[in-house]
Write a protein that binds this ligand. Structure first.
Ligand code: PMP
Length: 430
């Protein structure tokens, strides 16, 4: 029997039992923070050598450039070669700049607002209104960025194979104020969604009312597999080129979750036109990227094989944590009317759905029991999940023992929130 099928008397009994279990958990007095998808210390240790690299005397790039000095604004040729594997572009169309892919997305957005991109008739900020399509659930930092600049966000549903393309095609064809779309095409944050080749083809070939429409293609989890299979998807830059829209896709990636968050290297790839435009703009704010850090990364990761070997080592650390969450949820959340969650093949998150109106309360109960989760609603524009039913679980940072406990605490909090709701309404909505 599901919670929904119980009569009031049975529901009361179940509720008291869950409350008891929840209170027992709370009494343990644990204190864990799972708000963000951070690598665990053992993962950071995999790149520990970076702290000693490149080492005194090693300042020469493969082309003989002296990395201690100014020069080479596109990044080291060998770093562009390595990062080209993450962004799916030839090295000549790949720029390696700074440590943060989010900062590159921000730059592209802000330069477009101030100056318009290479296909704009006006700077975006001078348009009456501009809008971005936001597949939901999505990445909160994307949404915070667009909100910060007054760009209206238009949620579109994210299905099992990517954004709902009927909805997307209709919106972009009709509305010239839609200038962009956020996409995390593989192992999406937070759903783990993998865009199908047919979705990618439709995104590349759809007709857009705005001539300067851009896909912000955030390849944050390109090599972050959770299974032995290294899943590959269609190449968006090639698809856009063949569809006659070579400037449409902007591809971003970084090694934040490969080496060190904040101490990695970031890349941007696009058409020759877009790259030229972007280089011209960033050339006004900086003369040369940190090529010493690029050199350091090349010593640790001389080729793609080394990159995959490192990612395999990450997988061996984090996959058991995802499994521990699944095991706890399988044990505590057997009633499918209480929770449904994803079993991602890569990335950093598990996405979970409760019945309507229970997510915020579940996060509140988890917090009271000592488990800090991502705030409910964070995966939606303006932090507003209209159903109040989505939770993001970030299993990577805690130790195995901690994650086992935390997952149990989350499951109990969800069960309690749902049974509270069922008691007050005695009619759960989905
Ligand atoms: N995009 C996505 C989808 C992310 O989950 C994250 C966080 N790891 C980032 C971008 C941030 O990347 P960076 O550290 O390169 O700015």
């Amino acid at each position: 029997t599901t919670l929904q099928q119980l009569n009031n008397f049975e529901l009361d009994k179940v509720h008291r039992k869950i409350n008891e279990e929840y209170n027992k958990f709370k009494a343990m007095g644990i204190q864990f923070n799972m708000a963000r998808g951070k690598p665990a210390p053992e993962q950071l240790a995999l790149a520990e050598q970076l702290l000693n690299l490149p080492g005194s005397g090693n300042y020469m790039a493969s082309d003989g450039a002296d990395c201690r000095n100014y020069g080479g604004e596109r990044g080291l040729p060998e770093a562009r070669e390595l990062m080209s594997a993450l962004v799916g572009a030839p090295p000549e169309n790949t720029l390696v700049e700074g440590n943060s892919s989010l900062a590159l997305m921000h730059d592209y957005l802000v330069f477009s607002l101030l100056r318009g991109n290479s296909d704009s008739l006006l700077p975006w900020s001078q348009e009456e209104k501009i809008r971005f399509l936001c597949p939901v659930p999505g990445y909160d930092y994307h949404f915070n960025m667009t909100e910060e600049y007054g760009i209206e966000m238009c949620p579109v549903s994210l299905d099992a194979d990517g954004p709902d393309m009927d909805q997307v095609e209709e919106l972009v064809a009709e509305d010239s104020s839609i200038k962009g779309m956020w996409c995390v095409p593989k192992y999406s944050n937070p759903t783990g969604t993998i865009y199908s080749d047919s979705v990618i083809k439709r995104l590349a070939s759809m007709t857009t009312a705005a001539p300067d429409f851009r896909l912000f293609w955030d390849n944050a989890y390109a090599v972050h597999h959770l299974t032995e299979k290294r899943i590959t998807i269609a190449n968006i830059l090639d698809a856009c080129e063949s569809a006659g829209h070579p400037n449409r896709a902007l591809v971003f990636a970084s090694t934040s979750k490969v080496t060190f968050p904040g101490g990695g290297i970031a890349a941007f790839a696009s058409s020759t036109d877009n790259l030229q435009w972007f280089l011209e703009k960033i050339g006004k704010r900086s003369i040369v990227p940190d090529r010493i850090n690029q050199l350091r990364h090349m010593a640790l990761l001389p080729d793609e094989q080394a990159l995959h070997a490192l990612m395999d080592a990450h997988r061996q650390i984090i996959d058991p944590k995802f499994e521990a969450v699944h095991a706890a949820f399988d044990r505590w959340l057997t009633d499918p009317t209480v929770a449904n969650w994803t079993r991602p093949k890569g990335g950093y998150f598990i996405s979970l759905h409760t019945p309507k109106g229970c997510a915020r309360r579940a996060v509140e109960l988890a917090e009271k029991a000592g488990v800090t989760m991502t705030p409910a609603g964070a995966a939606f524009p303006y932090g507003n999940d209209p159903e109040d039913s989505h939770l993001r679980i970030a299993p990577t940072f805690l130790s195995m023992e901690e994650i086992e406990q935390a997952a149990e605490g989350i499951a109990l909090s969800i069960r309690l929130a749902v049974s509270e709701k069922a008691r007050t309404k005695n009619n759960l909505c989905y």
